[in-house]
Design a protein around this ligand. Structure first.
Ligand SMILES: NC(=O)c1ccc[n+]([C@@H]2O[C@H](COP(=O)([O-])OP(=O)(O)OC[C@H]3O[C@@H](n4cnc5c(N)ncnc54)[C@H](O)[C@@H]3O)[C@@H](O)[C@H]2O)c1
Ligand SMILES: *[C@@H]1O[C@H](CO)[C@@H](O)[C@H](O)[C@H]1NC(C)=O
Length: 464
């Protein structure tokens, strides 16, 4: 029994010791965990810096000196995108070369910028189908639903066209691309489109339509060997407040009504400079309200279709004198023919060989339909095709950059490369609505032509 107090005493001492031990241990743990915390926060910082550089490479890049790091960023980005090919590596180069290889005698090798866009997708497909080699490039920005751009990219992939995810302002990537492939032509369609959005995000127009255009011209002029011939998209909006109709290439274009138009007009002036100094062969195409399958959701015919189906009201504009706003709606297939015609008749760039060299080609063409239609009539055609009435309201055209009237004179494009629009608005909208209901899987009040799908339409049936 005497051992009891002893036991309790030694127990107490033991408890005290173990208490001390635990204190020491927890101090150690605390120490260790603060080390861990320190390391973790360093790691987190590194990860954050990495993420930041991935998302904002232009902020951290200055000039071509940082080329390899730009390549590394895009490497990551293209890995994050659907293709599993790593940027700049042997596998990437093989993929790029495969996509760029023509499959017809003396076929072109074309870099298409904005290839995941509306016009870019159709042009890339048409070029590939006739045997040209095509490499696409697009930054997949979210100006409108990027899933539509991804669906177009997937469609192109099924036809053997690779679309790289990259920005035209990434000079290092462009230089690398021209090192891998001696492109004979560039079809430059990447741009910030849309007239009204310029009031909300003006800098995006400067970044893509001015800085991006210069970045592309720089690489084509100084780095590419041989220099490619360039065909690029200007816009009918350069006619701005011009009132002479139909719009001819000889008319005034010095009164743009929107920042979008101003950046396209600036592009035409910049094109003149690069043609003059560096002997680049450059053709500008002034598109007039292009529409069709795989179109742009921000454009009226497309958003009106959404709104008619969902019962949302749509707003139509009338001119200040009460007359209707009209557009020279041009079907995508006609525009594609015009783009290919311009590429086919483009002469090679001549380089900057001083006074001895022959002047390089510098051209501008209207690509329109030559028959303006009141926007209200366009809505009427849609109502018919969708079997549903629109909930319309009409207001006076606000000063938002839209012009009241467009009408193309295309006689120049006709005489130089046989451009002749063939699709009227009713026929074209029918093709658009057919694609729309298939793509979005919507039911309409109308039965839309359900003929057997041909190979041609395989892509059009693809749904997201
Ligand atoms: N559709 C029309 O009615 C129309 C009319 C006049 C002019 N245009 C011009 O035609 C061209 C094609 O138009 P669209 O209707 O196919 O438009 P779109 O927006 O569908 O296609 C443009 C593509 O370029 C990409 N892009 C934008 N900025 C980029 C950048 N900095 N780097 C890489 N990619 C970038 C976009 O992601 C988009 O996929 C544009 O230059 C546009 O301004 C179109
Ligand atoms: C269209 O433009 C051409 C010049 O390119 C001109 O000769 C012709 O008269 C114009 N047509 C109309 C209807 O204005």
């Amino acid at each position: 029994m005497a051992s009891l107090p002893d036991t309790s005493k030694s127990f107490k001492i033991e408890r005290h010791n173990s208490y001390l031990l635990r204190r020491i241990n927890s101090a150690k743990i605390l120490n260790a965990s603060s080390h861990l915390l320190f390391r973790a926060s360093i790691l987190a910082t590194v990860v954050l810096i990495l993420l930041f550089t991935l998302h904002y490479p232009p902020l951290l890049l200055s000039g071509s000196a940082s080329g390899s790091s730009a390549a590394a960023h895009s490497n990551h980005r293209s890995l994050l995108a659907s293709s599993a090919v790593s940027y700049g590596g042997a596998a990437w180069e093989r993929e790029v070369r495969r996509s760029a290889t023509p499959h017809r005698p003396s076929g072109f090798t074309v870099l298409v910028t904005g290839a995941a866009g509306f016009v870019g997708t159709h042009c890339s497909l048409a070029l590939k189908k006739r045997g040209d080699g095509v490499v696409g490039l697009d930054n997949f920005n979210s100006y409108y639903d990027p899933s539509l751009k991804r669906a177009r990219q997937a469609l192109l992939a099924r036809h053997g066209v690779l679309v790289l995810e990259a920005d035209i302002n990434d000079a290092a990537l462009l230089a690398k691309l021209f090192d891998v492939v001696p492109f004979t032509h560039v079809l430059h369609l990447a741009a910030q489109a849309g007239v009204r959005y310029a009031m909300r995000n003006p800098q995006s127009y400067v970044a893509s339509n001015v800085a991006g255009l210069v970045a592309l011209f720089e690489v084509a002029a100084k780095h590419a060997d041989p220099q490619p011939a360039i065909v690029w998209a200007s816009s009918s909006s350069v006619y701005g407040l011009n009132t002479e109709t139909p719009f001819s290439e000889l008319h005034r274009t010095d009164r743009p009504a929107s920042l979008y138009a101003a950046t396209k007009k600036a592009g035409e002036a910049i094109a003149h400079t690069y043609n003059h100094i560096y002997g680049l062969s450059i053709t500008g195409l002034r598109f007039f309200t292009v529409y069709g399958p795989w179109g742009r959701p921000d454009m009226a015919y497309f958003s009106f279709t959404n709104d008619i189906l969902s019962g949302k009201p749509i707003t139509l504009f009338r001119k200040h004198d009460g007359t209707a706003v009209q557009r020279d709606f041009t079907f995508i297939d006609d525009v594609v023919k015009g783009c290919l015609g311009a590429l086919d008749t483009a002469t090679p760039s001549t380089g900057s060989g001083g006074k001895k060299r022959a002047p390089a080609q510098l051209r501008v063409y209207n690509l329109g339909n030559t028959s303006p239609v009141p926007v209200a009539k366009m809505v009427g055609i849609l109502e018919n095709l969708l079997g549903k009435k629109a909930n319309k309201k009409t207001v006076t055209l606000p000063q938002n950059g839209d012009v009241p009237y467009t009408h193309a004179n295309v006689s120049l494009a006709e005489s130089d490369f046989g451009y002749r629009p063939t699709i009227d608005l009713t026929t074209g909208l029918k093709k658009f609505v057919k694609w729309y209901v298939e793509y979005y899987g919507v039911k309409t009040g109308k039965h839309i032509d359900d003929k057997k799908k041909t190979e041609e339409e395989e892509g059009e049936a693809a749904s997201a």
